[in-house]
Structures are given as structure tokens and as C-alpha cells.
Design a protein around this ligand. Structure first.
Ligand code: UD1
Ligand code: CA
Length: 464
């Protein structure tokens, strides 16, 4: 169920597309349902349904998730009524699990447990209950002679019923045959004037009572506003970090380690300093060290690479035993082969540095191919853009680029060639040559001594 407006988010984005650990709320629920073995998944959409469908298609494949549209939000019972046509061909003994689209922390094991409880329930229905740590406007579970006979919504409950500790978490499993029959009987004769899905529980009550499974509040709690969102984010982060630490990852400070849900694998003996963020589809091989303040998005890092503090990388591929940072910046299309060194204030974009190449200080390498074991001096700039087009710089293996070079692309520096420090290189440099493009140095013997003598004579007696 994901048709609700989410008014309290105060957002242009539909509530279920807000993200927790980089993954939309609804995608958490779909991912858990899939992991629990769901045969067919139907998303009930309403508010901005087109946007939500696009997001589902992008992540799970086009039309992998069925869509039911609830154009007008007339309650949770009405939402499920809108989804019935999507399961029209399924037999009556099928178990339907109904999940709330805005509760991302529900575990797949819990969904499987819920489906099993329904399978075993003579009433053909099970649901998750929870005891909230603070008063919540949740439906209360009413029991008679120990039998769950109905749910009374918070806004319809008497003061005595509001004292009931067991509340409805909003997750259900029910035989499709019962669902088809019982949904027809729902009436909007309640405080909210809605069709309550929870009224199905009284039908199950007549069949012997639905089974309630108690779940921890942290797992079932839904998101209504951005305060809830931040709280769930913290819980999700803890869950993700705990899982990686159990896989052999060291985190100096898990409270400030931010790993998106889609990140992985992360190898064993990976070491992560404080304030590190791993985002998107990033993967990290064994023995990699990622120090303080690094932000790594959609990057593959091979084993034993050392990422020093404050290194920023996006859409890049990093080889084994690479040394990066502090303060390196790899922009999209960077490829560093094994044993490359990239030092402080070096920026790369669409650049391929081959094995053992070094650019240790203050450089910009864009649209560049940098051969194996070449050395890029401090302050080297590839001039790849003339205001209209982008052009490529090729530096062949073993080349030595002197400090403060400007390489005006398109240009090729041949194998094992040198460029003199301070040169502006506009023409290709042949293999093994030295390119020098700066006025030659002139030394004027004794000039400084003569200059000072003249200056001293001009001074007044008081020295000014
Ligand atoms: C519901 C339950 C309540 C339970 C609580 C737990 C009912 C009648 N009540 O209350 O017993 O304690 O969840 O969070 O079900 N939705 C639609 N279409 C609608 C209405 C809602 O798709 O017409 C979706 C919402 O997007 C949301 C979910 O259903 O994902 C729950 O709706 P919400 O309005 O939050 O239900 P509550 O009133 O909180
Ligand atoms: Ca709610």
C-alpha cells in the first residue's frame, strides 16, 4: 500500500520515494518481499503514481512489479479492493501478504513468518502486532477469551480501549478467498469515514480468530514526517553497519559511517575511518583502507588500496594497491590501474592512469590517457577544453612531465619523453625527446650586487 498522500512530509516528492540509506522507502519493502519469496508483487499507487512507477521500473526492471491504481484515497480497505483485479487469476487458497509501503525496516524473515502463520491459521489470517514505546494513534487489538476478535482504530476507540498495549502494526497475511469475500462487506461507518482494512479482522474473529505475531516497534514503525525519516535512517544505518562489521569490516566509529543499502560487496579486513560515506553501487575489495572524511559514490575499489583522508570519488574504477589522497578528487570516468599514486589536490575526469603512474601534487588530468610508470609533475594541467570541444591528452608509458606543465590537447607525449618544467606543450613530443617551451634562462653576473649598491646610495642618513 503506497497510495497515501504523505501530507506531513511537506514535500513535492511522494512519501514512498523519500530515501533511507540511499534507497526509496517503497524499494525497501519490495526488496524485503522479494527476499521473503513473494511470487507476485503489486504496488498500490495513487499520489504521483507515474513518478513511483518510473522509480520501480528503474530499480526492479520494467513491469517487474504489478501496479494497481487507487485514484482516490478512501482508506486501506479501499486500497486493497483496488488491487484485487491485479490478482484476478490467482486461486482462492493463495496467501496474500499486505504491507505498508512506508515502513522500510520490516525484515524479510518477518514477512515469511507472517505468511507461515497465515498458512497454519484455521481462520486463514495473521497480522503483526507491536507495543509502541510511546503513545501512538494505532489500532488496538481487542481480544475476547484470549481470541483476537477485532481491531478498533485509535479515533474510534473508547478511553478503556486506548489503554490496550497491543497495537496493529499494519502488516497482514490472508487467504485470497477470504479477502475477496470479506472486502465486499467493508462500510465507511467510522470516525474517519474510510473503508478500514482492519475490519477484516472481525471476520477472521468469527472463523476462530486471526493469529497475531508480536514484532519489535523499531522494525514495523512507519514514516509520517521527516523526524520519523531521520530516526529510521539511524536505525537502518546501524543495521547495515552491524551486518558489514560481522562480515569482517572494521569501523572506527559506526555512528558516523554512512553506507548505502545498495553498496557491496565490502571485503574482509577493510578499515573505515570516521565520517566516511559509501554511496550508490560502490564495492570495496579485501584489505582496503578508507580514511576520514572520504565520500565514495558508484566506485569499484580493488584490494589493498589505501584511500587517505578527504578523498572524493564518483563513478570511477580503482585498481589494487593504489595510493590516493589526502584530498584527491576522482570525477566520473576515472580509471586507475594497480599501484597508481594520486596525491593531494589532484583532480581527474575521464582519465586512465596505467599501472604505476604517479601524479602526486596539484594537478588536473581530464580526458587523458596516462601510460604505465609515467610521472606527472606537480601542477601539471591538461588543457582539455577550448570553450567549445573537449580534446584528449595522451601521455605514453615512462614519460616524465616536469612541474607546472600545461599540456594543450589534443597532444601526445611519446614514450619515455620528457617535458621541461614550466613548459606549455602544444605539439606532439616524439618518443624519447625533451620538449621545452619557455624562454631560455639568462644569468647576468654581479647584477644583484650592483643593484643593491645603487639602492643604498639613494637612502637618507636615517635609513629610510
Ligand atoms: C493503519 C491501520 C492501523 C495501524 C496503522 C499502523 C487501518 C484502518 N488502520 O492506520 O490500525 O495501527 O496503520 O501504521 O488500516 N494507504 C493507501 N490508501 C489509502 C489509505 C492508506 O494506500 O486510502 C496506505 C498509506 O499510503 C500507508 C498505509 O496505507 O502506506 C497506511 O495508511 P495510514 O493512513 O498511515 O493508516 P493509519 O491511519 O496510520
Ligand atoms: Ca500511518
Amino acid at each position: 500500500m503506497a497510495a497515501g498522500l504523505g501530507t506531513r512530509m511537506k514535500s513535492d516528492t511522494p512519501k514512498v520515494l523519500h530515501k533511507v540509506a540511499g534507497r526509496p522507502l517503497l524499494h525497501w519493502v519490495v526488496t524485503a518481499a522479494r527476499a521473503a519469496g513473494a511470487g507476485k508483487i503489486v504496488a498500490i499507487l495513487g499520489h504521483k503514481s507515474e513518478l513511483v512507477k518510473v522509480a520501480l521500473d528503474a530499480s526492479f526492471g520494467v513491469d517487474a512489479i504489478g501496479i494497481a491504481i487507487q485514484a482516490e484515497q478512501r482508506g486501506t480497505g479501499h486500497a486493497v479492493q483496488c488491487a484485487l483485479p491485479a490478482v484476478a487469476n490467482e486461486p482462492d487458497d493463495r496467501i496474500v501478504v499486505i504491507l505498508t509501503g512506508d515502513a522500510p525496516l520490516l525484515r524479510s524473515e518477518r514477512i515469511a513468518e507472517l505468511a507461515r502463520a497465515c498458512q497454519e491459521s484455521p481462520a486463514g489470517m495473521a497480522l503483526l502486532s507491536t507495543v509502541p514505546p510511546r503513545p501512538m494513534p494505532y489500532g488496538r487489538l481487542v481480544r475476547e477469551d484470549g481470541k483476537l476478535t477485532r481491531i478498533v482504530e485509535h479515533s474510534d476507540a473508547t478511553p478503556e480501549q486506548k489503554l490496550i498495549a497491543d497495537t496493529n502494526a499494519g502488516f497482514y497475511a490472508i487467504r485470497l478467498g477470504h479477502l475477496r469475500k470479506d472486502l465486499d462487506t467493508l462500510r465507511a461507518d467510522n470516525a474517519k469515514g474510510e473503508l478500514y482494512l482492519t475490519d477484516l479482522v472481525s471476520h477472521a474473529g468469527a472463523r476462530g480468530g486471526a493469529t497475531a505475531i508480536d514484532a519489535p516497534f523499531t522494525e514495523v514503525s512507519g514514516i509520517n514526517d521527516r523526524v520519523d525519516l531521520a530516526w529510521v535512517e539511524t536505525e537502518a544505518r546501524k543495521r547495515i553497519n552491524d551486518a558489514w562489521m560481522r562480515e569482517g569490516v572494521t569501523m572506527v566509529d559506526p555512528a558516523t559511517t554512512y553506507i548505502d543499502a545498495e553498496v557491496g560487496p565490502i571485503g574482509k579486513d577493510v578499515w573505515i575511518g570516521p565520517n566516511v560515506a559509501l554511496r550508490g553501487k560502490t564495492s570495496i575489495a579485501d584489505g582496503v583502507r578508507i580514511d576520514l572524511g572520504s565520500v565514495i559514490t558508484d566506485v569499484t575499489v580493488a584490494e589493498h588500496t589505501n584511500i587517505k583522508p578527504h578523498t572524493i570519488m564518483t563513478e570511477s574504477t580503482i585498481g589494487a594497491r593504489v595510493q590516493l589522497g589526502p584530498f584527491s578528487h576522482c570525477r566520473p570516468g576515472t580509471r586507475l590501474d594497480e599501484d597508481v599514486h594520486l596525491g593531494n589536490f589532484v583532480e581527474t575526469k575521464k582519465a586512465h592512469l596505467m599501472a604505476g603512474a604517479k601524479a602526486n601534487h596539484l594537478s588536473y588530468l581530464g580526458d587523458a590517457s596516462v601510460g604505465a610508470k609515467s610521472n606527472i609533475g606537480a601542477g601539471t594541467i591538461t588543457c582539455n577544453y577550448d570553450g567549445v570541444g573537449k580534446y584528449k591528452t595522451t601521455i605514453e608509458a615512462g614519460a616524465f612531465i616536469g612541474s607546472n606543465a600545461t599540456l594543450v590537447a589534443p597532444v601526445t607525449i611519446g614514450r619515455d619523453a620528457y617535458t621541461a618544467a614550466g613548459s606549455t606543450v602544444t605539439k606532439d613530443v616524439p618518443r624519447g625527446a625533451l620538449a621545452i617551451s619557455r624562454p631560455m634562462q639568462v644569468n647576468r653576473e654581479g647584477w644583484a650586487d650592483r643593484f643593491r649598491e645603487v639602492q643604498d646610495k639613494r637612502k637618507k642618513p636615517d635609513g629610510t
